[in-house]
Design a binder for this molecule. Structure first.
Ligand SMILES: *Cc1c(COP(=O)(O)O)cnc(C)c1O
Length: 355
């Protein structure tokens, strides 16, 4: 079974809804393309995937994932180049990470033919939904949940894998003020921080809300043991520029291995910047901001590529960062990555996947 030979049972939508979609005015995650993919794993055997008109699915109230949270997802993007070809960015990395998350959550492994083949088939059918233009993309959301109808706590015997797709536009934002979190944690050693599992996001909402009540946009998570070392920022990896060098925490069981993080590290090296993956303490960064050696702090993730921060709040004080310019390291990295993933410049890394 390969992506080319795998059969999908396809039921086309009677009519496209694309005329209802305004590419000039995209609100993230609220509009979905005409089709979706559904594949069921029944007692360890994957059934023929279905491509169906996008719509509601029925569920039983005893659906295991609703009660005990066996649920994982990925977030990726497709772009259109000048020639209207649809491009995915490093999709095999998302595929591999999905199955790593599945293993940690004791869920079924998804075959590449279904994950990658399904994305390709859906993107061919709904290609018209991939918006053109700078900063526009089609957000791809593969996800899987336990589909047993059973209230006992045990790994589900059945799983449903799905892919839905949603147009995404420019992410307008002024650089946010972020708070160093020293009470609540996102992940603990040995926990599930390195899995993209649904519960991690549920657990982050309450501390994020408290920070928002104090005037911060999001959190900078610190380690669970000492609250001394930076881990991630909201649902992104975190990176710093210190003495012109790109530094970021090394990944571990508490830090998600971001594909953007890895991509930016490689791009930084190719642009001639030094990079370091190591433990980075709050103290090092706060004193670096004060002395001027730390010039940039930013989040890195698929959604925004890089999100530079205006200030860091720590123990009641705000430490402001210099304003970002086109010469900033984060701006250079963002441009380099956007140019590759939208096909503007040649991809010498082998990252772009033409559908
Ligand atoms: C998805 C995610 C990231 C970023 O990963 P990318 O592959 O770069 O999109 C970072 N941290 C967390 C917690 C995430 O869920």
């Amino acid at each position: 079974m390969t992506a080319e030979t795998l059969n999908f049972n396809i039921t086309y939508a009677a009519a496209s809804r694309i005329s209802e979609f305004d590419p000039q005015n995209i609100s993230f995650g609220s509009v979905f393309t005409d089709h979706m993919l559904v594949a069921d794993c029944i007692n360890g055997v994957w059934q023929t995937p279905e491509i169906l008109p996008y719509g509601e699915i029925a569920y039983n109230p005893a659906l295991a994932s609703l009660h005990y949270g066996q649920s994982i997802f990925e977030g990726m993007k497709a772009f259109k180049n000048e020639n209207d070809e649809v491009l995915m960015f490093r999709p095999l990395e998302n595929f591999k990470r999905f199955n790593i998350s599945a293993e940690r959550m004791c869920m079924a492994q998804v075959p590449e033919e279904i994950f990658i083949g399904g994305l390709e088939e859906l993107l061919r059918i709904d290609a018209a939904w991939v918006p053109k233009g700078e900063d526009n993309s089609l957000y791809l959301r593969p996800f899987m949940f336990a589909s047993d109808v059973y209230l006992g706590v045990r790994p589900s015997l059945n799983y449903r894998f799905m892919i839905i797709m949603s147009p995404a536009g420019k992410y307008y934002s002024t650089p946010p003020k972020v708070k160093v979190e020293t009470e609540f944690i996102r992940a603990a050693p040995g926990g599930v921080g390195s899995a993209k599992c649904a519960g991690n996001y549920a657990a982050s909402l309450y501390p994020a809300k408290l920070a928002q009540d104090q005037g911060y946009t999001q959190l900078l998570w610190t380690d669970a043991i000492e609250h001394k070392y930076f881990e991630e920022s909201g649902t992104m990896n975190v990176m710093f520029v210190k003495d012109g060098k790109l530094i970021t925490p090394n990944t571990s069981s508490t830090i998600l291995k971001g594909i953007t993080r890895d991509t930016l590290l490689q791009l930084a090296k190719s642009l001639g910047f030094e990079t370091e993956e190591r433990k980075i303490s709050v103290e090092e960064i706060i004193s670096g901001i004060q002395s001027g050696s730390v010039t940039e702090v930013f989040g890195a993730g698929t959604a925004v590529v890089v999100s530079p921060f205006a200030a860091i709040g720590f123990e009641g004080n705000d430490y402001a960062l210099p304003e970002i310019t086109e010469q900033s390291v984060s701006s250079q990295l963002k441009k380099a990555l956007n140019d590759i993933r939208t096909g503007k410049v040649e991809d010498t890394f082998g990252w772009v996947w033409k559908v």
